[in-house]
Design a protein around this ligand. Sequence first.
Ligand code: ZN
Length: 180
Amino acid sequence: MTDTDELVRRNADFVAAEFRTRPALTINPSGNMMVVGCVDPRVDPTRVLGLEPGEAAVIRNVGGRVTPATLRTMTMLGKVGAAHRDGRPSGDWNLVLLHHTDCGMTDLAAFPELLADYFEIPEADLAAKSVRDPYGSVRVDTDLVRREIRGPDFLVSGLVYDVSTGAVEVTVPPTPVPAG
Ligand SMILES: [Zn+2]
């Protein structure tokens, strides 16, 4: 088991080896990017997408899904970003949805009441959420973002990470959300 003492030791290494020498980071992601991914320990977006410190805001939940809670979090983060507008890089904002194969969402299909709560929809509508197929679910969620979020200068893309190969597939290329 990895215990807290071990984490504190690793943090001391981080401070000594990295933190003191790198440029100061801002609250706005330097890559103008947010990633929504799954809590699965195999699918850390920082590792599998090679994110640099400070490059992207990352939201992780079960399945990396765009739920009403995810949208509320995005709204809150939008306010935080606006409060620090001076530090925001120019250009398009990129929202990347990262789903993956062998996701635990598949196990949750046996608990429709939990999934209905999670998505805040009736159980009868769960089939539309494609919880057993990450290639389907990432399309469902990019479509949802395009309905719920308004541009301009906002791109959403959908990636699927294959846990058996380590490779991502771009299922939905970067697509603008409709202008508000
Ligand atoms: Zn997962």
